[in-house]
Every structure is written in structure tokens, then in C-alpha cells.
Design a protein around this ligand. Structure first.
Ligand code: ZN
Length: 268
């Protein structure tokens, strides 16, 4: 594809970067990124990816906008309360950048639909708010070879890692399975500072952009943890676990598992 004059002006600050240039911008416009969860993480991720000119953005979410979401889910506005999150997000993305094609999936990701949905995308952003979904996304991405960004947030804290299946550690290389339901407090129980969600969703967007551009060093094999109360950033190197049940040498998990969703339905 060839950039037109309007696109050269719109994306000028990208194009001037030697790591992007005109060809990188064209690559972004041809790329497809899927965001699972249009909440605290997915909102900033979607806006930055749209602003950068990612040509196709998929949004998966089965929820409707609630007043209590607006403290951190910045793609949704007061007038959207009661609307489907997918539609609310699509509308804002289209306002922001008409170059972007938005595909909506008004459903929760499950073992039945996730492989079909992720199949069409170059990179996946995990913006979900519960452990069952995070393990499901990890396993589906590893099994289908799709790179993805994981992030988890609570109160003033968060962690994020990028997974390149079979090249770098996956989420199950770090954590074998979900914690027992109720053992880890949810954001509804413990709270979350909205800006912390913004910080992590933005990191996830930057990881997706770097992956598409093939530039810089991804957070693959590096778990970044942040304590925003002290504003301390730490990095923990993580290796692929040869005994990992999904990406190890003899994987025990070869089909997708639906963990108990009810008891662990945390709302970020
Ligand atoms: Zn693994």
C-alpha cells in the first residue's frame, strides 16, 4: 500500500522515527491486532494502537459499560453506560482514526471460540481481568503460535510479559495454573488506581507496535513488575520451563481448558 498525503501528515511523528519510516507505517496499516477485554487495560491499548494506525483492531468483550468502569476504562464515556463495550470502543476508535477497521466480538473468549478468533491476528493483547481467561489466552496463543502481551494489575501494582510461543517463556512457565478461586483478591475487592491500568495497557500497545515493526527489544523472557506507590520498576528474567505443561518438552495440556469462571470472575 502507498501512504496518501493525509496519512503522511497524520502519522508524521511515527514516520520521522528511523525505526518506523514510511515502510513501517505501511506495515502498521496492514497489521491486525486483537484486544481481548475492552476494560482498564484494553482501553488505552486500543486507543494507542488506533492512533498509531494499526489497520485492523479486533475487540472481544461480552460486557456492557457500567458506571463503575469509567474510573479507568477510558475508551468508554458517561453516555455509554448500558451500551455494549465492543460497540462503545468501536465508535471511539472510528472517531479517532477512520483508517482503522474495527471487528467486534460481542462474546466472552472461551475454549470453543478463541482459536477461531485469534487465527486472523498478528498479535494479541490480553486485557482480561481473571485468571481463567489469562490461562485460556496463554494456551490458545501457544498452541496456535500467536505472540501476545500479558498484563495483570491490582491496587497500585502490576506485571507484564510478552510471550513469543516456543521461543520465550509462556505464562504457564511462570505459573502452572490459576490460583484457587478466592485466594487472590480481585480489583473489585481490593481496588485499582485507574492510571495503573493505563500504564500497563500502554506498555502492551507499545509491545504490539514493536512486534509488528520488528524493532527494539520485546519483554519476551522478562517479567516487568511495577509498584507505582514507590514508582519502582523491576525486571525478572524468566526462562522457558522445559516441564511447562503447555510449551514444555512433553506437554500435558494439549487441548484448551475452561477453568471455573464463576468463582473467579474478577472485574478490573
Ligand atoms: Zn510455557
Amino acid at each position: 500500500m502507498k501512504l496518501n498525503d493525509e496519512q503522511i501528515e497524520r502519522y508524521g511523528r511515527n514516520i520521522i522515527l528511523k525505526e518506523v519510516g514510511g515502510s513501517g507505517q505501511e506495515r502498521l496499516l496492514e497489521s491486525k491486532v486483537l484486544i481481548i477485554g475492552a476494560g482498564g487495560l484494553g482501553s488505552p491499548a486500543a486507543l494507542y494502537l488506533a492512533a498509531a494506525g494499526v489497520g485492523t483492531i479486533g475487540i472481544v468483550d461480552g460486557d456492557r459499560v457500567d458506571l463503575s468502569n469509567l474510573q479507568r476504562q477510558i475508551i468508554h464515556f458517561t453516555g455509554d453506560v448500558g451500551e455494549r463495550k465492543t460497540e462503545s470502543a468501536k465508535e471511539k476508535i472510528e472517531f479517532l482514526n477512520p483508517d482503522v477497521r474495527v471487528k467486534t466480538y460481542d462474546e466472552i473468549a472461551t475454549s470453543n471460540n478463541i482459536l477461531d478468533i485469534i487465527h486472523d491476528y498478528d498479535f494479541i493483547v490480553d486485557g482480561t481481568d481473571n485468571f481463567p481467561a489469562k490461562f485460556l489466552i496463554n494456551d490458545a496463543c501457544v498452541m496456535s503460535g500467536r505472540p501476545f502481551s500479558h498484563a495483570g494489575i491490582l491496587m497500585f501494582y502490576g506485571q507484564t510479559i510478552t510471550v513469543l510461543p516456543h521461543e520465550s517463556a509462556c505464562f504457564r512457565c511462570l505459573f502452572l495454573g490459576p490460583p484457587p478461586p478466592g485466594s487472590v483478591p480481585s480489583c473489585r475487592e481490593a481496588g485499582i488506581l485507574g492510571g495503573v491500568a493505563g500504564l500497563f495497557g500502554t506498555i502492551q500497545a507499545v509491545e504490539a507496535l514493536k512486534y509488528i515493526l520488528g524493532t527494539g527489544g520485546l519483554l519476551a523472557g522478562r517479567l516487568l513488575t511495577v509498584d507505582t506507590l514507590t514508582m519502582s520498576f523491576r525486571e525478572i528474567k524468566v526462562k522457558k520451563n522445559p516441564r511447562c505443561p503447555v510449551c514444555g518438552e512433553n506437554p500435558a495440556i494439549t487441548s484448551l481448558v475452561d477453568y471455573e469462571q464463576e468463582a473467579c470472575n474478577l472485574k478490573i
